[in-house]
Ligand binder design. Structure first.
Ligand code: AMP
Ligand code: GLY
Length: 422
């Protein structure tokens, strides 16, 4: 089989490495991929948002199955366009990807179908939003409606900060059209859990749970990032919670999407907060998380391609999806300065012995070798029987990888260990 993976980060590298385990896979193209994946896939210089060029490439190269990994092409209709030319695809169509593409849509969906989430109001007029803030409980959470590179959520600790957030989104348009509509919602507290799931629109099969570390600095200080590390499973996610989430959140969401005529197939990501009043949805993503994928897929024992095809064909109920009992830890190595300004173009050394579990997010390959080319440069994953062993092994591998200006957090997994009471 000839496969194509759209996207170019660490998540895509983890997907590609897992897909390669299937013996029927002869070739995987990455569009655009990055230099750090060149050993695992053939890089094709087509951007993930260039839908016409993606379809053209897929047809000319007789792709048997495509995986569209990032949010942008999914929301733009890459799956619809590929299906229209007869290429089966992993991922939701645009009318279902809207569950991530519009926070107004997802909040209204949850309200309509009684799915637990933070209380909220939607505004398309700045003055009305500012008036609402005069009496809104503080802290409050301001969210731009559309995709905003993961930065469209502001937690305002004061009324003034809340007003500034509204003005920056609705007046200064810092997120462009994404700020035309905003959601102002209740501030929730509790541990966060990421649950990625496979769904074919009929059944939902949750993957092993995980915990992201979003802030740039140790002990959850500094700016929000795309994610500085992950562990799986997430100790806060007990079996009782998993059962409750299936009944009150996962199945109701898939059923709600069907009822709206927006059947979701692919990976549906539930960003949950375990509040004192029970689990609530903080966000939906229409795709695998990054860097959650880098800990979840290494624990998957079943064949990824078979499971993905089952979501497309509607045969997930009959397909085995099995996860190992181990623990995984992924530490992101970034360029110093990320998520603000950083330098790039530094030569990298990744010893052969650890390459198996290194997922490269931002690198270029030229005649001199592999060079850094992004804020998040790579993720290093280790799997072990216990969490402390996985953490220890991941950091040992990190120490063997070198590039100038490398930065990483030293406390990935610490909160999870505390949850275990250690
Ligand atoms: P999102 O992009 O929606 O995942 O939001 C980014 C982060 O903001 C989440 O991972 C939470 O840590 C935080 N967050 C979002 N919504 C809320 C909320 N209603 N209450 C408290 N924290 C929130
Ligand atoms: N790591 C969070 C996300 O992928 O949205």
């Amino acid at each position: 089989m000839k496969l194509m993976v759209v996207g170019g980060g660490g998540r895509e590298h983890a997907i590609i490495k897992k897909l390669k385990e299937n013996k029927t896979v002869e070739k995987i193209y990455a569009l655009p991929g990055n230099g750090g994946m060149a050993e695992d896939a053939e890089l094709v210089n087509i951007g993930a948002k260039d839908i016409d060029a993606i379809v053209d490439f897929a047809v000319k190269n007789q792709i048997d199955y495509a995986v569209v990994a990032p949010d942008d092409p999914l929301v733009l209709g890459a799956v619809d366009a590929l299906e229209a030319v007869g290429i089966p695809c992993f991922g939701p169509r645009a009318n279902a990807a809207i569950i991530e593409g519009s926070k107004v849509f997802s909040k209204n969906l949850m309200k309509k179908y009684g799915i637990p989430t933070a209380e909220y109001e939607v505004f398309d007029d700045m003055d009305a939003a500012l008036k609402y803030l005069e009496t809104a409980p503080i802290p409050t959470v301001i969210k731009a409606d559309g995709l905003a590179l993961g930065k469209g959520v502001i937690i305002a600790e004061t009324r003034e900060a809340a007003r500034d957030a509204v003005r920056s989104m609705m007046q200064d348009k810092v997120f462009g059209k994404s700020g035309d509509h905003i959601v102002i919602e209740e501030f929730l507290t509790g541990p966060e859990v990421s649950v990625l799931s496979f769904t074919d629109g009929k059944v939902v099969v949750p993957m092993v749970s995980s915990m992201d570390h979003k802030r740039a600095g140790d002990n959850d200080t500094g700016l929000n990032t795309g994610g500085m590390g992950t562990v799986a499973p997430n100790p806060y996610y007990t079996e009782a919670l998993a059962k409750e989430c299936m009944e009150t959140i996962f199945l109701p969401t898939v059923n709600a999407m069907n009822a709206e005529g927006r059947t979701f197939k692919g990976c549906l990501y539930f960003g949950l907060m375990i509040t004192p009043k029970g689990p609530k949805v903080i966000e939906y993503n229409c795709r695998f998380g990054d860097p959650e994928t880098q800990v979840v897929l290494p624990l998957l024992e079943s064949d990824l391609l078979t499971v993905m095809q089952a979501t497309t064909n509607g045969t997930l109920a009959e397909t085995e999806v099995k996860f190992g009992k181990g623990n995984a830890c992924c530490v992101i190595m970034a360029s110093a300065g990320y998520p603000s300004a950083y330098e790039k173009g530094f030569l990298m050394t990744i010893p052969e012995a650890v390459r198996d579990t290194v997922y490269v997010a931002g690198a270029t390959l030229d005649s001199e070798g592999l060079k850094t080319n992004g804020g998040r440069v790579l993720g290093v994953t280790a799997v072990a029987d216990t969490l402390p062993e996985a953490i220890d092994a991941a950091y040992k591998k990190v120490e063997t990888i070198h590039f100038e200006n490398a930065y990483y957090r030293h406390d990935i997994g610490k909160r999870a260990m505390e949850a275990y009471g250690k």
